[in-house]
Design a binder for this molecule. Structure first.
Ligand code: UD1
Length: 351
């Protein structure tokens, strides 16, 4: 199965999902070229990828500091290397920030991706795995989320993902030789089991698990729980958390499918576990594995948050032969392992 001559371009490969996916790509026999502008990530993360995979596989990894909005940066890469496919992670994902600064989201997410398609077409590389999100389901009325649900966006960030899904469908329809897989991520959490790679957001985290992690290591005093009046088992909102290594493996499965299937067209897959877990259950699981108490502060609901969102995993299981292996306890265990080894993330504490 190893495809040792195939080279994959990974945009945003220094980020949280990118680094874990690059590790699994290298271990699966692919050569990898990363392009990342390091706006929301650090070069240390790429050094850690090299540490994790060892010297031999590291030789099959290249890194370029560059920006997908800059066509010259992309041209420089494509003119030197023939890529077999692109996995496109580069983009912004903070909902609140996108409401305050939508132009930045349109610039990075939309312009960046359109540029990438242009350059890919020019160099006749027409295979793409695209990072989409549950955000395209909006506030779904039924659960679990099935890929053929009607799509809706409720924030500028969500609109960029929705537009980019539509753009992918339009391009593939007009030029049927394109093969495009849209991966809709549920809530990626956890870290590499080595404790060397993990999520390292800049500033105060927006997302639940990085926030809990920073409370556990003493960087933040308490967790704000956004709403305990949801119609759920314990009143807190329910999400489908997925271990980052399962998510990374989902990319490998999607890539193999893409490379092997001539008429795949443009198709979407959910990457989730199918299991719903509440905020309070997540806190309890994290407290259990870490032995740390997470003080809670009850806050009003966060605007735009849905009550319960979880995936139907049937399509990915059936067509990609992929299924998540890890449960909430392993997610928390690996997240804590990363946190206690790297309480300040990839960089040392700045005074
Ligand atoms: C969020 C985005 C989603 C995006 C995804 C990217 C929103 C509304 N949704 O998903 O569009 O694709 O991140 O990964 O922002 N919570 C707390 N306290 C906190 C943080 C979160 O109680 O400090 C709760 C939230 O209310 C929610 C759950 O934890 O019920 C998960 O929140 P989060 O980790 O931010 O993910 P989503 O909101 O599901």
């Amino acid at each position: 199965m190893a495809s040792s001559d195939q080279t994959i371009l990974v945009t945003g490969g220094a980020g949280f999902i990118g680094t874990h996916t690059v590790v699994q790509l290298l271990k699966s026999g692919f050569k990898v070229s990363i392009i990342d502008n390091l706006d929301n990530s650090v070069i240390e993360a790429v050094d850690r990828v090299r540490e994790v995979v060892g010297p031999e596989l590291s030789e099959r990894l290249e890194f370029t500091k560059g920006d997908v909005r800059n066509k010259d940066d992309l041209e420089n890469l494509f003119s030197k290397t023939k890529f077999d496919a692109v996995i496109h992670f580069a983009g912004l994902k903070a909902v609140g920030e996108s409401v305050a600064n939508p132009r930045r989201y349109f610039d990075v997410n939309l312009i960046g991706t359109i540029n990438l398609y242009e350059v890919m077409a020019k160099y006749n590389c027409k295979k793409m795995v695209f990072s989409s999100s549950t955000t395209v389901y909006g506030q779904p009325e039924k659960m679990p989320c099935v890929e053929d649900f009607e799509l809706r966006a409720i924030s500028p960030y969500g609109r960029t993902k929705l537009f980019l899904e539509e753009i992918a469908r339009d391009i593939q329809k007009a030029e049927p030789e394109w093969r495009i897989i849209l991966l809709r991520y549920f809530n990626p959490v956890g870290a590499h089991e080595s404790g060397k790679l993990g999520e390292d957001p800049k500033g105060i985290p927006n997302q639940l698990m990085p926030y809990i992690q920073q409370v556990a290591v003493g960087r933040l005093p308490e967790l704000n729980v956004y709403g305990l009046d949801y119609p759920t088992k314990d009143g807190s909102a329910v999400r489908d958390y997925i271990h980052i290594m399962d998510l990374a493996d989902g990319h490998i499965a999607a890539l193999r499918k893409l490379l092997a299937t001539e008429n795949i067209g443009c198709t979407a897959y959910n990457l989730g576990t199918g299991q719903g877990t509440s905020v309070l259950e997540m806190v309890a699981a994290f407290e259990k594995v870490s032995g740390k108490k997470i003080p809670l502060k009850l806050c009003p609901r966060r605007p735009g948050d849905a009550t319960a969102v979880y995936a139907s995993t049937e399509k990915a299981e059936k067509e990609l032969g992929w299924k998540a292996k890890y449960g909430v306890e392993e997610m928390c265990r690996d997240q804590w392992n990363w946190a206690r080894n790297n309480p300040w993330g990839y960089q040392k504490k700045k005074d």
